[in-house]
Every structure is written in C-alpha cells, then in structure tokens.
Design a protein around this ligand. Sequence first.
Ligand code: URA
Length: 446
Amino acid sequence: MRAVDLVVKKRDGGTLSREEIACLIDGYVAGSVPEYQIAAWLMAVYFSGMSRQETGHLTDVMIRSGTVFDLSGIDGPFVDKHSTGGVGDKVSLILAPVVAACGVRVPMMSGRALGHTGGTLDKLEAIEGYTTALPIERFCDVLRDVGYAMTGQSRDVVPADRLLYALRDVTGTVESVPLITASILSKKFAEGSDALVFDVKCGSGAFMKTRQRAHELAESLVETATALGKRVVAVLTRMEQPLGHMVGNFLEVEESIACLRGTVAGHDLQPDPRSADLMEVTLRLAAWMLVLGGACGSVDEGTRLAQRCLEDGSAWERFVRNVELQGGRRAVLEQRYGSFRASERHTITASESGRVQQIDAYKVGMAGVYLGVGRNTADDAVLPHVGIDIHRKRGDGVSSGDALCTVYAENAEALRRATPILEQAFVVGADQVDQSPMILEEITNL
Ligand code: URA
C-alpha cells in the first residue's frame, strides 16, 4: 500500500478502509510515512470529510497507537465526562465527587488551559500540594478508594493524537469535525471508560461558536461512538457568558467548594445564585452519567440522586478525600472564603443603569490569559490566585456605579492589560434579557 495512493483516494472523495487508515497512522507514528503526506491527507479529510465508520476506524487505530488503561482490577462500570471547553467551566470539580458518591466510578482524564479556555488540571493544581501526575497504580488506588481520580494525559496514551494535533494546528485542519471526533474519542476511550457524557459547549466562549456547528460535533461524537459499540450522551450547553461567577484557577476551586459544601443541609455556606447555571449543567451531566452507570433508570431519578448526595454531604466528603489522596492540603479547603486571592485588585462598575445584556465569555477568557489564568502556548506557566469574580450575571439589573466584576492580578501591569477587555465584555442596556435554559439539546444512543 502506498501512502500517496491513499491521499489521492481521500482527495477524490473515497472512503478508506481500516487497513488503509492504519497504514497511514501507524506509519506516521513509526516514522515510515513522512509528515508531508499526512499533512496532505489531513487537508483531503478536511475537504472530503469521513463517513462515521471511517471516523470510527481512525479512532480505533489512534487508541491502539499507545497504552490503554487497564482498570480490570476495579469494580466498574466506569463513566467519564468530556467538555469541549469553556470559560469558568469548573463542572468536573463538582461532578466527579457527586457521581462517585452516587456509586458510579469516574476515571477522569482532563486537560490544561489553552487560549481563552480553562483547564481542570490547572484548577486542581492550584490546591497546594495537589498532583495530577499519578502513576497508573496510584490512579487505580485513588479510583478504588474514593470512586474518582483525576489525571492528565500521559505521553504513552494516544501518541498518534499528540502528533496529529500538532500537525493539524499548523496546517489549518483543526476545525474538521471527523478529526475532532477521533481526537476526543480516542483519548477518552483509551482511559478505560465504558461510557461517556459529552458537554458540547456552544457560544462565544466555546470551541464551537454556533448551534449548528455544536450540533454537528455532538452528532458525530454520538454516531462514531455507536460505531465503536460505546454508550454515550452528548448534551449541548450554552457558553455565551462564563459559567458560574469565578474565572481563575483557585478562584474556581473556591466556587466549587461553595457549591459542594453550601448545598449540605444546615451548613453555614449558602449556595450562591450566581452559580445557578453551573449547577444546572452539573446536575444534568451527573444525572446522565448515573443513567449510563446503571445507578438509576431515568435522568429525573439521576437528578434527584445527585441532589441528595450534595445535600447529605457525601459528595463533599468524596471531594475532601480525593484532595487528600492526591496530595493536596486539606487545610487549604477550610480557609476563609476569599483568603487566597491575589492582592492587586480592581472593581469594574456599570456606567449606566439597566440590565446586563451580555458578558462575552471569549473576552473574559482572554482577559484571564493576560492575568495568568490561562496560557497562550502549551509551555506557559499559569498563576493560581489571579482571576475574575463576576458580581452580576446576564439578565441581572444594575444601577450606574454598581460593581460588575472584581479583577485579581499579580501586578499592576497585568491589571492594566486585563481591565479594558473586561470593560468591553460587559454590555449593560435597557432591553429585557431572555433567560433560556442552559441545556440546548441532548443526543444519545441509549
Ligand atoms: N479537543 C480535542 O481533544 N481535540 C480536538 O481536535 C479539538 C478539541
């Protein structure tokens, strides 16, 4: 089989077999197929697309390019969640302990912040001592003990994705739905999950900016997973404004603690209404994970079960235990709310009265990059205690001079760069604001 013939076949709209895809991908990983031929093939895929079965073959070949987590010594089933990324998206921090407390194990492999979107690993590592670099044996121990464990993608898992993603990034082929699908599914199934829930975000702060593109990706994820014999659900959720009210690594841990602890019956921390959208998304995704994991028969039942584990404190206990087992200092979780925020601060206020019409999530995310919440390149460092606390959410009424958000920065220069972007992100006006539900659509193969 010659690589050039396979490139030509795809260029002309043909469908490649599993063997043909393996010839290209295995050859690329082994170094026998040169990068320029893979670059040409990626561009051919970008224009000609791939059938669902072909995307399934690509996913399968990519999974087999590296280590597949073996969780066979632990009782399953294992269900994970994948988010396509957003701003203020701290769902995983709350969801994993909730689902574990309800009896379904979550082996969670997460990513780091890049560009305007945040990363779960950076948030967790903002807890002093917390490590996400767990050897597989330790990962399994934590998963067995707490019901969930958090880790990053190791170099041995899906090496084909690392190579292909870097090449897509410099050849203008990132935005191909079949390539995105295979990239996401290969990493998730290599980590040993039996079933998956996808949070496909849609809006200015998301990878997919329009409803149509988000739907296309969701459908491709579900249908390709079906071709691979996996049970999945894709939930389309809104990402026009940041989720919840905190954007920043430890700041998002703070909000997660408040959501996990403030919901415990009788606790002095109260649930914050600015976290309502975050909890709406979290409970829905948790409910689907519980359905997939067999803990309940319907999403409504799953929602009630998840709510109960929040109220009886069992989700909070799981969170604390996970932090301890992954090396984090428990005392950090019990500090007074707000005591870790960076000292250089500025509050942005409304210049007119009315309602908050818009808080552009993309702009807030980019302000976060200037502050050190996120990174421009994969090698940049992030800062734990900087970020933004949003005081008024979309639709809230404000009077001129009211606080819209407070910015926490490491130094005056970072504050000076982030402030004008945040001022532009908030739009206040006289119009009524439509408050549609956070869940736009659900697609499943159950
Ligand atoms: N996220 C991934 O993991 N892969 C892509 O290709 C795009 C987004």
